[in-house]
Design a protein around this ligand. Sequence first.
Ligand code: BTN
Length: 331
Amino acid sequence: MPKTETVILRELLAREGAWVSGAALAARLGISRVAVWQRMERLRAAGFAFEAVRARGYRLAGRPATLHQPLLEALLRVRSRGFWLQVLDEVDSTNDEAARQLAAGRPAPFAVLARRQTRGKGRLGRVWHSESPVSLYASLGFRPEVEPGRMQTFTLWMGVNLCELLANITGVEPGIKWPNDIMFEGRKAGGLLTEARIDADRISDLILGIGLNVNPPPRGWPAELAGRATTLADAGGRPVDLNRLAAALIGRVLLAYEAFREGRHLATFGDLWARFDTLRGRPVALLEGGRRHVGVVRGVDDEGSLLLADARGRIGRFRAGEVTIEKTPPA
Ligand code: BTN
């Protein structure tokens, strides 16, 4: 059963710009007009703005800048499938919370989002700066029961899907830096962190964590990120509605997941990767378990490994590592 606030917001969103009468809302919800007014006051306190005119009703005039669970549910198109999602004010890591939900038997897929993380995790054991309530910290939990070898392609596939979505939302073409960095003009706007539990040679629990710098952080960037990070709003030149973005992202990830499970992703993966790949043709150094490999990037294979051509043109395949762009091609 959707919450009362979700139903009210759905009605207002369906007629955005037009008036919705308090009587119609009351009848739709089976509650009194006073009870509707009380809910509207609660929504106002959460950051919504409404115009209210006697004999006309209510009109939506402003939305919260941070994640709001009833609004996100109202915007989500997958609600009919009983999709579960939770917006937390604060959590250690949405990936860890998703892992706890999977371990507790929560039916998948589902999503956990937070306004702030106290122990946000990045790739390779790094910390993910998670203090901005106008950024997105989200994790989706799945039980795919596919072989572990497919996990790398999963992350890359989700990365290019995210890029396509962000291109549509910002109007600017993002790039992906293998394996999981979302970039705009050389600066990082987000990243993906996939974690899995493998049982009897099958991925039983799979968590896709997505961190996106959406609007500029109210307190600015910490010194170590200033100059390296950007936001979707800066890239596109206009503020991004965080709840709309979150709803669109969840919808896109769920569609992409279905394609992945059914193996349909391979039909478009190569083209999408080529469209967003920021490394193709560039000389790079790849650090992998203490070893340094230099070469020119030749894209990725179907398993998501990075293809590197050395100075003699021999192709090496690398499943993991950290890539930095070199100024000159390998000698
Ligand atoms: C990276 O680029 O290193 C990956 C960053 C992934 C960050 C997201 S934020 C939501 C989810 N929860 C986490 O603790 N990490 C991921």
